[in-house]
Each structure stands twice: as C-alpha cells, then as structure tokens.
Design a protein around this ligand. Structure first.
Ligand SMILES: CC(C)(COP(=O)(O)OP(=O)(O)OC[C@H]1O[C@@H](n2cnc3c(N)ncnc32)[C@H](O)[C@@H]1OP(=O)(O)O)[C@@H](O)C(=O)NCCC(=O)NCCS
Length: 161
C-alpha cells in the first residue's frame, strides 16, 4: 500500500536527490548531485514522499510560500515504481493540499519530456506558456496550470468569513 508522508530527515532529501540526479529529464538538464540536494533540502518547500513499506517510491516538492504559491517544483517517481499510479497519487495529494489554500497549481515540464506532458494534460493541466532556452540552450520549459477560479473570489477552506 502506498502512503504519502512529509520528509522527516536529511536521508529523505538525499534519496530524492539521488533519484533526480540519475534520471531524465534532469540528466539532459545537467543537474548536478549538489544542485539536486540543494533543491530537495530547501526548507521553504513542502516536501512529501510516497512510501511502500520501508521503500521510498516517489517525491513531490511544492512551493506554498509567498512567491508563486501552488507551484510544483519537483515530481519524481523512483524508476522501479513508475507506471503503477504513484505519480498520479502524488499529484492528487498535491492538488488536495494546494486547492485547500490557493486556486492555482503550476508546474514546468521540459519540452522534450513528452510523456510527462501527456501525464499532466490527463490530470487537467493546460499549457500557459513556453520559456524558451530557460534551463538549457535549445530546449524550453513548458509552463502548465490547473485552476479552480480567480484569486480574488477564492476562499481558502479554513477561511470561515
Ligand atoms: C512522469 C512521472 C512522474 C509519472 O509518474 P508514474 O507513477 O510513472 O505515472 P502513473 O503510473 O501515476 O501514471 C498515471 C497515468 O499517466 C500515464 N503516463 C503518462 N506519462 C507517463 C510516464 N512518463 N510514465 C508512466 N505513465 C505515464 C499512465 O499511462 C497513467 O495513465 P492511466 O491512469 O490512464 O493508466 C514518472 O514517470 C517520473 O517520475 N518520471 C521521471 C521524472 C519526470 O519526468 N518527472 C516530471 C518532471 S516535470
């Protein structure tokens, strides 16, 4: 059974960095182990992982801070767990978390990561822009969004006004 829990130690950040560093799209994007660890250790992000027993199956890092809240910074499923619904579970978890407090979810996906683009479209995300040559020359980052309405009329679920 898959469970989703917050990171609880630096071991979790290291394990996340190891998977990112050794898999696409981050290989093509030239992500170093150091940079991966810097991202997966960032305390500003809400960091969660999917576990099955004592195995780490996947990771999702979400920005809920002041700048661009609702932005999914990293989604990464461990290779052995791919295609088994873990990514979908992590995205559903993120959606429940984000839409509790914010009306928008955002993410970037690399222009060459076609399967992930299809995956996000199937979850209701739409392309809102293309950041050309954003991380590396010759490839874009595609900005995608899923929304439940305008910010001005949105009421967070803990808002009792
Ligand atoms: C992309 C990724 C997060 C998808 O997670 P996953 O656990 O493999 O996907 P799931 O098993 O939850 O698949 C959910 C659905 O998307 C489809 N799908 C789309 N892209 C897929 C992909 N790259 N891998 C597996 N399934 C994919 C599946 O067929 C499935 O459809 P269904 O529900 O109708 O059967 C995962 O494969 C991964 O970590 N890839 C490498 C890193 C990456 O690309 N991260 C995204 C960076 S923006």
């Amino acid at each position: 059974m898959i469970e989703i829990i917050p990171f609880s130690s630096q071991h979790d950040a290291r394990a996340c960095a190891d998977v990112m560093h050794s898999t696409e799209p981050w290989i093509t994007l030239g992500l170093t182990r150091e940079k991966a660890l810097e991202i997966s250790s960032d305390p500003v992000l809400e960091r969660y992982m999917a576990i099955q027993g004592d195995q780490r199956a996947g990771y999702i890092l979400i920005n809920t801070g002041a700048q661009f809240p609702g932005y999914i910074k990293i989604l990464c499923v461990a290779p052995a767990f791919r295609g088994k619904g873990v990514g979908k579970r992590l995205m559903q978890f993120a959606e429940d978390r984000i839409f509790r407090d914010f009306p928008n979810m955002f993410l970037c996906v690399s222009s060459f990561n076609n399967r992930a683009q299809q995956f996000y479209k199937s979850l209701g995300f739409h392309v809102v822009g293309e950041l050309t040559d954003y991380l590396i020359e010759g490839h874009s980052e595609i900005l995608m969004r899923k929304t439940i309405g305008p910010r001005t009329t949105f009421k967070p679920s803990n808002d009792t006004r």
